[in-house]
Design a protein around this ligand. Structure first.
Ligand code: FMN
Length: 198
């Protein structure tokens, strides 16, 4: 295989998408779309590393509450997720006019998306400021809930994985399914939503 030098980036290294759920001061849920999520292991259990760039409402609320949820984005959720990712909460007060079905965490006081196949309830353990506006939140996974269909171990894992239908963002601002179908560019799936607040 001939390899050539390329720009620094993570194209072809697919990342799954998550909607981070936080509780606003008035008790209402808030959601933003995120891909910079990885995992770490610790003596306390499995943790999540979440990198949040410039200042935004999601970061304000994570700092204030110290807890949030991460809800895996499925193909069904993509139009709404794309809208949450392309709409800046701080300057769009009615961003949350469009909501999924919301339930509240079993362990932490965080909004959970019923339509999401897998949801993590996360407790922030440490915030690492990178000094350029970007911050990394190290969080312990305090609870996981998943679609009951994914617990049917009579079905092979590959089949359950396809049922979860996570959406990937492998590079060049695109969305793909796990079986390689192109699902659009960032900002496109939201056009299929009706009743988007303007
Ligand atoms: C596909 C996609 C992935 C994103 N991933 C991240 C991310 O990992 N970190 C981040 O800081 N912003 C990310 N964003 C941008 C946020 O979703 C965006 O800033 C949004 O406004 C956050 O919601 P909020 O303003 O209501 O907090 C992503 C956007 C898209 C479309």
């Amino acid at each position: 295989m001939a390899k050539i030098k390329t720009k620094i980036g993570n194209d072809y290294c697919p990342q799954a998408l998550f909607l981070y759920g936080t509780k606003q001061e008035d008790g209402q849920p808030h959601f933003g779309l995120f891909c910079w999520l990885g995992y770490y292991d610790s003596s306390e259990g499995l943790g999540v590393m979440a990198c949040i760039g410039e200042e935004k409402q999601t970061k304000d609320l994570i700092r204030k509450n110290g807890v949030f949820s991460a809800n895996l984005v499925s193909e069904q959720l993509l139009p709404l997720a794309d809208y949450y990712g392309c709409t800046y909460g701080r300057t769009t007060p009615d961003k949350m006019k469009r909501l999924p079905t919301v339930e509240w965490g079993e362990v932490l006081d965080v909004p959970i998306i019923s339509e999401s196949p897998v949801s993590f309830e996360l407790e922030v353990k440490k915030e690492i400021p990178m000094g350029d506006g970007s911050d990394i939140f190290l969080c312990l996974i305090r609870n996981v809930t998943q679609d009951e269909k994914l617990s049917d171990t009579k079905l092979p894992f590959a089949e359950r994985f396809m049922k979860a239908a996570p959406v990937l963002t492998p590079g060049e601002d695109t969305y793909f399914s796990i079986d390689g179908r192109y699902l659009g560019k960032w900002g496109e799936p939201m056009k299929n939503l009706t009743n988007i607040p303007r």
